[in-house]
Design a protein around this ligand. Structure first.
Ligand SMILES: NC(=O)c1ccc[n+]([C@@H]2O[C@H](COP(=O)([O-])OP(=O)(O)OC[C@H]3O[C@@H](n4cnc5c(N)ncnc54)[C@H](OP(=O)(O)O)[C@@H]3O)[C@@H](O)[C@H]2O)c1
Length: 220
């Protein structure tokens, strides 16, 4: 993968029907020249708006063979996945990319995987997300961090559908800031990294809306 600004890349989006993924796709289509390969289950759900720049592949992210096929000609992988088997998905994705010359992976995770959320909000976050979710997402992140890939793990705060792009970041090892962030902001951050893949290499980045500190997100 070449360093620096990337004007036209072939981007593979895993979980392309995900809510953040759809926002990132809209932004990538309107603001960039990248080609998007959209990998998802039940592909008929996805509406293609520009067939010259979008290729749809139906597949499951635990299926390494399907992933290897989808990686043909790809420069950057953006994984917007979820679910109880997220660790298996991480293993399949890393295993597939390892069989190619591709280096760059953007991986959406969650706040709290390093017990990095301080104070009362951190306690509340544990109450909401313990019992499987945080643990499996933490294991998946370990798979990504243990790989040789140029990865960026993104740890969003609690997600809103607000029509706002406003965010700040924290790094692994720093206390998480704020309580919430819009999906639009995460999509914007992903687009930034795709446009300049040399940013945030091998970093795990917390992303929150500034000035949203509190005991819980505003809608709780
Ligand atoms: N909600 C919050 O406040 C919050 C906060 C921080 C982080 N997060 C995490 O951020 C991530 C992205 O958020 P989002 O709102 O974009 O989530 P989302 O809409 O649920 O998107 C996740 C996508 O992953 C896909 N997926 C799951 N398993 C798959 C598999 N085996 N193969 C292929 N695709 C698979 C799902 O596909 P299907 O449609 O086929 O099921 C879904 O489209 C999620 O992991 C979420 O847990 C959430």
């Amino acid at each position: 993968m070449k360093r620096g600004i990337c004007v036209m890349a072939n981007v593979l989006i895993l979980g392309a029907n995900g809510k953040i993924a759809q926002l990132a796709e809209q932004q990538l289509l309107s603001e960039t020249k990248h080609h998007l390969t959209l990998f998802l289950r039940n592909a008929s759900r996805l509406k293609v708006t520009d067939p010259s720049r979008e290729t749809v592949i139906e597949g499951d992210a635990t299926n390494q063979q399907a992933l290897i096929k989808a990686l043909d000609g790809i420069d950057i992988v953006y994984a917007n996945l979820s679910g109880k088997n997220i660790e298996d998905q991480a293993k399949a994705v890393v295993g597939a990319i390892d069989r190619t010359n591709i280096q760059r992976l953007i991986w959406i995770s969650t706040l709290g995987i390093y017990d990095e959320v301080p104070g009362k909000f951190g306690q509340w976050n544990h109450q909401q997300l313990d019992g499987g979710y945080l643990q499996t997402y933490a294991e998946a992140a370990k798979v990504i961090e243990g790989s040789d890939l140029d990865y960026t793990i993104i740890r969003p705060a609690w997600l809103s559908n607000k029509d706002i792009v406003s965010y700040e970041t924290t790094q692994k090892g720093e206390p998480f800031k704020g309580t919430e962030v819009s999906r639009k902001s995460i999509a914007d951050f992903v687009v930034k990294l795709i446009n300049d893949p040399s940013q945030e290499i091998d970093h795990s980045v917390g992303v929150n809306q500034p000035n949203t500190d509190g005991d819980r997100p505003s809608w709780y």
